[in-house]
Ligand binder design. Sequence first.
Ligand SMILES: Nc1ncnc2c1ncn2[C@@H]1O[C@H](COP(=O)(O)OP(=O)(O)OP(=O)(O)O)[C@@H](O)[C@H]1O
Length: 627
Amino acid sequence: MFERFRPYFALLKRVKGRFAASMIAGVIYAAASGFGMPFLLSTVFPVIFGQAQSVLDAREALVEAKGEEEATRIIEKAFPGKLKTAEKQQEIAVRFEDFAGKENAGTWLLIAACAVMPIAFLIRGAAGFLNVYWTTQCGLEVLKDIQQKVFDKLQRLPLGFFSGKKTGDLISRVMGDTQMMNMVVTTVANDIIKQPLTLVSALGFLAYSSWQSKESFFLLLCLISIPICVLPIRLVGKKLMLRAAVMQKTQGDNTAVLSETLGAAREIRAFNLEDLMAGRFLSGLARWTKLHLKVIKYRFLAPPAIEFVSAIVVSAALFYGARQHLTLEAFIPLVAALYMCYDPMKKLGEVHNRLKQGGVSLDRLEEILNAPESTPDPVAPAKIENVNGAITFHGVSFSYGDSPALKDINVEIPAGQIVALVGPSGAGKTTFASLVPRFYDPLAGSIRLDGTDLREVRKKDLRDHITLVPQEAVLFSDTIEANIRLGREGASKEQVLESARQANAHDFIVQQPHGYETQVGERGAQLSGGQKQRISIARAFLRNAPVLILDEATSALDSESEARIQQELAALARGRTTLIIAHRFSTIRIADRILVFEGGRIVGDGTFAELEKSHDLFRLLLEQQRH
Ligand SMILES: Nc1ncnc2c1ncn2[C@@H]1O[C@H](COP(=O)(O)OP(=O)(O)OP(=O)(O)O)[C@@H](O)[C@H]1O
């Protein structure tokens, strides 16, 4: 049952004190329930109802007629185990006489006997509460660690991981599946320690009374029927796990539809796709509801099955007890112990099912946690300091899947050169630029920065020397200043302002209602495309890295904004090794050199004038751009 979660037990180390305390509380609870309750029933009730005394009186009466030995034997047979208890109780009664006087001894004994129950329940209740509280705390701490690891991993995973995944499904894993685990932890925590221990201590009581009365029928009955109860638990658990897996996947698909719908709000309205998207969402919901009901069905099937088995066992016990002429007083504690065996079984069935369901969510989280690191950091990383920015590609090939995206690329880019990458769509320009910050590693060949192979450098150190200005500016929902500051942690206010001036953003920023403190909204929704792009350029100025990758940063703008931003980009590129991914040729005029890509190869290399004169494909591309 716990096998699936074993790798995570190590995470309990951090909360081992709490966990040990919860175990101790669980042991107290279990001992009080499984052993204590039946034991109290067998000792306190006889005191209250005076049966202990009547056992002694009966023996007393027989002693004259049958002699001491025979009288004891007859009484032992009629009231198994009770003679010893009665003697002990008489001893207690005598002590009460010393304490309360002969007259009041009876009353005090009764008060004490009656008080035992609430005290026992108080101890049991407090131990139960502390057990569930501390176990939940430990479980949630472990879960927090797992969530943290998943989030961390998601941020560090190579980009290739995301190609085949839906964002909505990933959100559903991080939020939905951890939520599911949360629920599993909180529900399971209540029973996971208490119930098995209660079962053991109830079996302990049955063993103890078997030994006392030399009668092992009840213990045997219990030992035989426990495996029968395990059967439905296992059967149902397997079915439940399969349904839960599909259910969680469906949940992921539904979240994906939702996130796509929210992300394409304009397009959905423009193309009248509201009904289509609603239909998709509804059919996903219907599938999820159906699966959820199946999961519920299997979850709640095991307890009645166990109850049925336990009812049969109690009936068998009744039959046997009646035949053996057991007194009610002897019978009740045994039935209570039997109940204390089956109740944990029933609850453990639920725990088992819950853990199965949690296992499914864990599988989905582990897909993220155990995703291979395709661009690992070196064990002994090389230091890169005072980077000039010379980049060399030597025999580089790369493919995302089967068909190659780059084939045998050899090129040397001196420090400070501005290079435009042009070529038809799908020629490999973006891929070429993506290899420089190690978003991917080449499958063959090597890439060097100032002579150092990129794979010998830690990704963080490498990326500290690179600035990426994407096609569409990415802003986070925070203030303008915070968005610029993302370029360099710890930059001074003056440096932020200076970068904004360099990007020609300062003037429009100070006109905003709260100036630099203005909130930009989610993904910068409250700013125009040009304004967003200027903030993104200001961020790049602030970063001040020697290598710059411009993913034709103006292609998302209208021509007027585009023309104005050209100047800032030219200023930004000056003195830096710059790779411009030129989708629309809008920025290639600022380039010192142009590389022409076709089918994953570099088929042209020269200045604008040289290529315009002699390169057919370049001329064709230029011609297409002009029309
Ligand atoms: N994440 C990816 N997963 C799988 N294949 C990809 C991925 N990105 C690009 N490709 C494929 O690799 C090849 C090169 O793509 P790349 O994006 O580098 O071209 P590009 O020249 O930048 O094109 P465009 O100008 O249209 O952006 C294409 O065949 C493309 O389909």
